[in-house]
Design a binder for this molecule. Structure first.
Ligand SMILES: *[C@@H]1O[C@H](CO)[C@@H](O)[C@H](O)[C@H]1NC(C)=O
Length: 523
């Protein structure tokens, strides 16, 4: 390795590893529920599997990587929760650093490429999170760097990564189809030979290994991308999770994740169209970006992080544009632009990574210590109830003790019921009614010892909380993303007087409540 490469890798490692410690907020449930939680279950035997796993629509490949880390920690008897939380993120950060290095190589080691990849706020914010999307973005970058862009190159190594990606994230097809088409077209080998000897062989080999892994862990034969297709396309289950307008990725998604980078990105498209015939590879990169965004736009369920898949392609376009542009500009102008890019990325990364939505993570430290120390007066262990939107916090992966926990679920409408409401919806419609129907008041030990809520819910369930006392409060966010969220996360603990109180409450339960119950029962 050259001295230059070593320096670059060191810089990238510093940036990504530091992001593990700087980014201390909650972004989206899948960071925990679709990776660490599953891994925890594989290694330690307990952990919640969401419907995606019971239905088998996700490949175990990604969680298995973390399960392996957990297994090593377990064997060495150093499976503390600090390691369980940190090491998967450091592992992801290492993959991201390597991807960044490959991005630099792909961009012909241009300085702008380092600057752009290091300052991208969204990549800094998500690159070291245990999202399958972050993993996908990193692998996509690595594959792109091995793609035979060069006229004379016939390297097909990238296909191994592409095959893995399309298996574990079937939507990767959108990004890779145009590029693979280009690959087959530009190669000097006949198309059928490439397709048969490379594409088919690598696809079948990778598919068989992954199908074997998935079937082994799932417990029966399963091809997860096929199940994924069935559920999302044939049954349209994805539409359950919020429906944004079709143009959301153009109007909101892309500008948000690129930040100020959207300006050079659009200029690069403009340049590409102006000099369309000059570069074939540039054409196909654009096709790939556009097909992915359009494909995702057709799906009702939209999220910022889905765009991670094409982030490396967009950053590549930005790098290309800025390198061209800066050739004819004075140093001062270049520095000015660089400072503007840097500052406008630091602000969202800092605020979202350090401030916004931190309470639900911080509360987990407290819950873990309660889980190990707390006993009721009858010597019973702690029992947690999360009265929050589903998956608002991490779960067993951040507690690492087999305590009883319960949260409001949000399973999609599998049975095609009309006016379907999930459990969390039903709860928020009438919180006290839900509590009276679902929480047995007798015996007292059947009630949770601790309840975790957002502050906005407290007045609505004050009746129930009268037998609890606030134990700790965690600042969460200044700006609420939904009405069901709150500025603070609160942990309530059952009081010693609860027992007496409940007994007297049973006696004087109000007729009004009984009525509500009956109405509910009839429904
Ligand atoms: C965890 O606790 C549940 C309920 O008490 C029990 O059924 C399960 O076997 C436990 N799992 C492990 C791995 O200890």
């Amino acid at each position: 390795m050259s001295k230059e490469a070593a320096k670059v890798i060191f810089l990238l490692l510093c940036v990504r590893i530091s992001s593990v410690f700087v980014i201390k907020t909650f972004f989206s449930p899948d960071e925990y529920w679709q990776s660490l939680e599953v891994a925890h279950r594989i290694t330690f035997g307990y952990g919640h599997l969401t419907w995606e796993w019971t239905k088998g629509i996700r490949s175990y490949f990604y969680p298995t990587l973390f399960a392996a880390i957990y297994k090593v920690l377990d064997l060495l008897k150093i499976d503390s929760r600090v390691f369980l939380i940190l090491l998967p993120r450091i592992f992801q950060a290492l993959i991201a650093s390597y991807a960044d290095y490959r991005f630099y190589v792909w961009c012909n080691r241009k300085k702008w490429s380092l600057f752009i990849i290091v300052t991208s706020w969204f990549w800094f914010y998500t690159g070291s999170r245990t999202f399958i999307n972050s993993f996908e973005a990193a692998l996509t970058t690595i594959a792109l760097s091995f793609f035979p862009w060069n006229e004379n190159s016939e390297n097909t190594g990238f296909l191994w990564i592409t095959a893995l990606l399309t298996y574990i994230r079937p939507t990767s097809v959108l990004t890779w189809a145009p590029l693979c088409f280009y690959h087959v077209k530009k190669s000097k080998y006949p198309g059928w030979e490439l397709l048969l000897k490379r594409y088919l062989f690598i696809g079948l080999f990778t598919g068989s290994v992954l199908a074997a892994l998935d079937s082994y862990i799932h417990g029966s034969f399963i091809i997860t991308p096929y199940e994924f297709f069935k559920v999302n396309v044939l049954d349209g289950i994805g539409s359950f999770y919020g429906t944004h307008p079709w143009y959301w990725y153009f109007s909101t998604g892309l500008p948000a994740i690129l930040g100020i980078g959207i300006v050079p990105f659009f200029l690069s498209i403009f340049v590409a169209i102006q000099s369309w015939d000059e570069s074939k590879s540039r054409q196909y990169i654009l096709f790939s970006i556009i097909l992915t965004i359009f494909g995702y736009s057709l799906l009702p369920h939209k999220e910022f992080r889905f765009l991670l898949q094409i982030l490396p392609l967009c950053l590549y376009c930005i790098t290309q544009f800025l390198s061209e542009w800066s050739r004819t500009k004075s140093t001062i102008v270049i520095w000015l632009v660089a400072v503007v890019i840097l500052v406008s990325n630091v602000i969202p990364a800092g605020y979202l990574g350090f401030v916004h939505q931190q309470g639900t993570l911080n509360a987990m430290d407290k819950l873990a210590s309660i889980a190990s120390d707390y006993k009721t007066e009858n010597g019973q262990p702690a029992k947690f109830l999360f009265l929050m939107p589903c998956h608002s916090t991490p779960y067993y992966s951040h507690i690492h003790q087999n305590v009883t926990m319960r949260f409001l679920t949000c399973e999609p409408n599998f049975k095609n019921q009309e006016n379907y409401l999930d459990e969390a919806d039903k709860f928020y419609e009438a919180p006290m009614v839900w509590i009276r129907r679902h929480l047995p008041v007798h015996p007292i030990d059947a009630l949770p010892t601790h309840v975790i809520v957002f502050d906005t819910l407290v007045p609505k369930i004050s009746d129930f909380l009268s037998i609890y006392k606030p134990l700790e409060i965690f600042f969460h966010a200044d700006h609420l993303v939904s009405q069901r969220n709150g500025r603070n996360v609160m942990i309530y603990e059952r009081t010693q007087v609860a027992k007496k109180k409940i007994e007297s409450d049973i006696v004087k339960e109000t007729p009004e409540v009984k009525q509500e119950d009956q109405i509910q029962d009839e429904l």
